[in-house]
Design a protein around this ligand. Structure first.
Ligand SMILES: [Zn+2]
Ligand SMILES: [Zn+2]
Length: 247
């Protein structure tokens, strides 16, 4: 009963907000969506990809290059678009720091489109990068989980790819971008993640989903844990990669 009341209240609240402050395209101000179809169509997807680990070698779809493969558990990091595109930076900012959770649809569609352009194997499961409950309480939602959910439902027509929240964050870690030194970043993340459902991971091709990669350490650490748990391959996808110096 209480939940129903809350849902009704929330719907009325959203309805009232939409009348007072109608949703407009952040790019051209057309009413209706956060990003209208026209402006969405203008988004430039990256057509040249580099190895996500060394960020030097050009590789198909951002697959990990030969030499990085020896030290990394990730098979590839697909970066959809560029953070240097002001519209993308603005959308991500609204989503993460102005708490516009509805934007997961537009941003999720960017991920879906980017993934459809690649030849990476279709994942058996989609796994979001987990958020510590302290951050979850602050933001109110896990931005990676909403994106993962969107991909799970919309990547393939009429077929849902199972979403598995099988990674857990063991402890609170300061945001990686605040730690400049490589070694300290590794230390910061040591044992930060664990697997909650081993059987979900074994022999599976996993698609790990996060919003933004900066150093990539979080994604690489998650991939390591997933591979240790028996995952066949781990690919990851992010909207964009943010350079350390622009943080
Ligand atoms: Zn527009
Ligand atoms: Zn490399």
């Amino acid at each position: 009963m209480l939940v129903e009341l809350f849902t009704i209240f929330r719907k009325v609240h959203i309805f009232a907000l939409n009348i007072l402050f109608p949703i407009k395209c952040v790019s051209c101000a057309k009413e209706g969506d956060w990003l209208c179809e026209n402006c969405f169509a203008k988004i430039k997807f990256l057509d040249e990809h580099i190895c996500g680990v060394c960020e030097k070698m050009i590789t198909p779809d951002g697959r990990t290059c030969q030499s990085c493969r020896k030290k990394s558990s990730i098979s590839g990091l697909i970066v959809a678009t560029s953070y240097k595109n002001n519209l993308i930076a603005h959308l991500v900012h609204l989503y993460k720091y102005r708490f516009v959770s509805d934007l997961h649809k537009e941003l999720g569609e960017i991920l879906a489109k980017a993934l459809q352009k690649t030849d990476v194997p279709l994942p058996d499961i989609i796994v979001p990068v987990p958020l510590h409950y302290r951050r979850l309480r602050w933001r109110g939602f896990n931005q990676s989980l909403l994106l993962a959910r969107y991909l799970s439902a919309n990547l393939l027509p009429q077929f849902e790819i199972p979403l598995k929240e099988c990674l857990a964050r063991n402890r609170y870690t300061p945001p990686q971008m605040k730690i400049k030194n490589y070694h300290s970043r590794q230390q910061n993340l040591a044992d930060a993640f664990s697997i909650t459902e081993l059987k979900e991971v074994k022999n599976k091709t996993v698609l790990l989903v996060d919003d933004i990669a900066t150093t990539g350490s979080t994604i690489f650490e998650c991939a390591k844990v997933l591979r240790k748990a028996g995952a066949k391959e781990v690919f990851a996808i992010v909207i964009a990669r943010q350079e350390m110096k622009s943080v």
